[in-house]
Write a protein that binds this ligand. Structure first.
Ligand code: B16
Ligand code: MG
Length: 219
């Protein structure tokens, strides 16, 4: 049975994780809540709503629903001001080579991202045409570590979860892929993503031989 590939977006295809960090940090500081890289790690792959909830919990703050919505909007506006400055040059090293190899060899590809801005970002990067299907934060009701986003991707791609190879940079995303018995590939720090079936610092470490190993791997 053929394998299919599911790519996370933020931190895998493009380093928007640094923009999320900046925007959340500014917001947290304005609320007098300390926010470091360590806390940020726990927000990777986590929806906008759940991220703000966590930050407020860390700072022991209670706010009204209206204020909550205003803050989510404010964070997103700042985040998008960074995103809108991106171009093709921001695609992380090795990503295009991997996407080209998979396309040339007719492997089905989906995006599985928690972001509601995924389509806008893919457009900016000129990557839309690589993806047979896009599942993003607008289409799921349960955020990672729930596997809903990846299961929807499998369904659209027409493969069983065991046939899906998921590239993820977040602990929540690796957990989601593992829960659904998919083949999980951690992109980033192995000490953080050690639960993945495979670990790479980035796509520049992934070549044709590596992709064949992933394709032949049985969980
Ligand atoms: P947005 P991914 C996730 O994207 C990010 O990792 C996470 O930090 C962010 O809060 C979430 O998207 C929601 O993003 O505010 O754009 O809807 O890594 O799942 O591609
Ligand atoms: Mg990510």
């Amino acid at each position: 049975m053929t394998k299919a590939f599911i790519f996370d977006l933020d931190g895998v295809i493009v380093d928007t994780a640094k923009f999320h960090f900046l925007a959340w940090k500014n917001l947290a500081e304005a609320l007098d809540i300390s926010f470091s890289e360590e806390e940020n790690e726990q927000l990777k792959g986590v929806s906008r709503f759940n991220s703000l909830q966590k930050i407020l919990e860390w700072g022991h703050k209670n706010i009204s629903k209206e204020e909550f919505n205003r803050l989510m909007e404010k964070k997103n506006e700042e985040y998008l001001s960074f995103v809108d400055q991106m171009s093709k040059d921001d695609i992380l090293p090795g990503v295009l080579e991997t996407l080209n190899y998979l396309k040339e060899n007719n492997y089905p590809i989906a995006l599985g991202s928690a972001s509601k801005n995924a389509r806008r970002i893919l457009n900016k990067l000129g990557l839309n045409s690589y993806f047979d299907h896009i599942v993003d934060g607008n289409e799921v009701s349960k955020a990672k570590p729930d596997p809903e986003v990846f299961l929807k991707g499998c369904k659209l791609l027409g493969v069983a979860p065991q046939q899906a190879i998921v590239f993820e940079d977040s602990q929540a995303g690796i957990k989601a892929a593992n829960t659904a018995h998919m083949i999980s590939v951690g992109i980033g720090d192995k000490s953080v993503l050690g639960e993945a079936d495979f670990n790479f610092e980035g796509f520049s470490e992934i070549n044709e031989k590596t992709l064949k190993t992933l394709i032949n791997f049985k969980k």
